[in-house]
Ligand binder design. Structure first.
Ligand code: MLT
Length: 313
């Protein structure tokens, strides 16, 4: 009689390398995790679930998955997984916490430079046949102050990459020792100081009750009008409505936004503004990061389903 292989449900794009790691030991099924009507029934027989950012693994989803033993998130952070509900249901939750940190840091630098030099705006104008040199005059990074919110794995890589531009780097991170930051050439300051001093602010915090709306109406009244704000972390940490008003009223000079409170986001007041550059949650979207995320979570799923210890990636 045919042996039933454990079922792994891949609810978002997983790299070929990740699928190769799963190999022939599992029955791999695919679904669109962003579509609840597809996801919920697809969960019925699965032993493992692999997601990225678009699948909400909440109590309701878990209740449709009686056989589920492991949820693996092919990326950093776990904000779309209800870890408490999973734990209660006896489901292990794993992620790939270092898989895409380099990609996220590099995309941050891309958006900082794009925002400083109006790359996207100049590109669109020129493709529309407009040669506008003075309109898209930008600013240098040299001698400017960069404020990093969250000096964790990604924030640290951003600091390293920006240092050669001649910037002065300050950071707000309530969990880091000032001496550790100093080793990286970064001065730890309060959030208020970042708001007051920074010419560029970049967010590298997880999304949580404490960080949602951290940069809101009040904070955007405390910044320099020349500030450019970049968010490659999570939508909602910078309040989109407050940012829109600040950009429109000239209280913020520019923004580079990769993540949105509600994704996919194909329509936002921010898109109307010429001082905003946006990308569709591309921070982790490189071949290298996806290969690492895919293989890391696939290995973890294999170990978990074999009842073996799953080390931190
Ligand atoms: C991450 O948290 O690592 C990314 O947001 C994952 C993704 O790109 O879906």
């Amino acid at each position: 009689p045919p042996v039933n292989k454990p079922v792994v449900l891949v609810a978002e794009e997983l790299s070929e390398a990740g699928l190769a790691v799963l190999g022939a030991d599992f029955e791999v099924r695919h679904t669109d995790g962003a579509d609840r009507a597809q996801l919920l029934p697809a969960l019925a027989e699965v032993d493992a679930l692999i997601v990225r950012s678009a699948t909400q693994v909440d109590a309701e989803a878990l209740s449709h998955a009686p056989r589920l033993r492991v949820v693996a998130r092919a990326g950093v952070g776990l904000d779309n997984v209800d870890v408490a509900a999973a734990t209660k249901a006896g489901v292990m939750v794993v992620n790939a916490p270092t898989s895409n940190i380099t990609s996220a840091a590099e995309h941050t630098v891309a958006l900082i430079l794009a925002s400083a030099r109006n790359v996207a705006q100049g590109h669109s104008a020129l493709k529309a046949g407009e040669w506008k040199r003075s309109k898209y005059t930008g600013v240098e990074l040299d001698a400017k102050v960069v404020g990093i919110l969250g000096l964790g794995r990604i924030g640290q890589l951003v600091a390293q990459r920006l240092a050669p531009f001649g910037v002065d780097i300050i950071a707000y991170d309530p969990y880091l020792q000032p001496a550790r930051a100093a080793q990286m050439g970064v001065r730890l300051v309060t959030l208020e100081e970042v708001l007051k001093q920074a010419d560029f602010i970049t967010v590298h915090l997880p999304k949580s009750k404490e960080t949602i709306g951290l940069i809101g109406e009040r904070e955007l009244h405390a910044v320099k009008p020349s500030v450019r704000i970049v968010n490659v972390a999570r939508g909602g940490i910078v309040d989109e409505n407050a940012l829109y008003s600040a950009l429109k009223e000239g209280r913020v000079a520019g923004a580079g936004i990769d993540v949105f409170a509600k994704e996919p986001c194909t329509d936002s007041p921010l898109f109307e503004l010429d001082n905003v550059v946006v990308t569709p949650h591309l921070g982790a979207s490189t071949h290298e990061a996806q290969e690492k995320a895919g293989t890391q979570v696939a290995r973890s799923v294999k170990l978990a389903l074999a009842g073996e210890f799953v080390p931190d990636a």
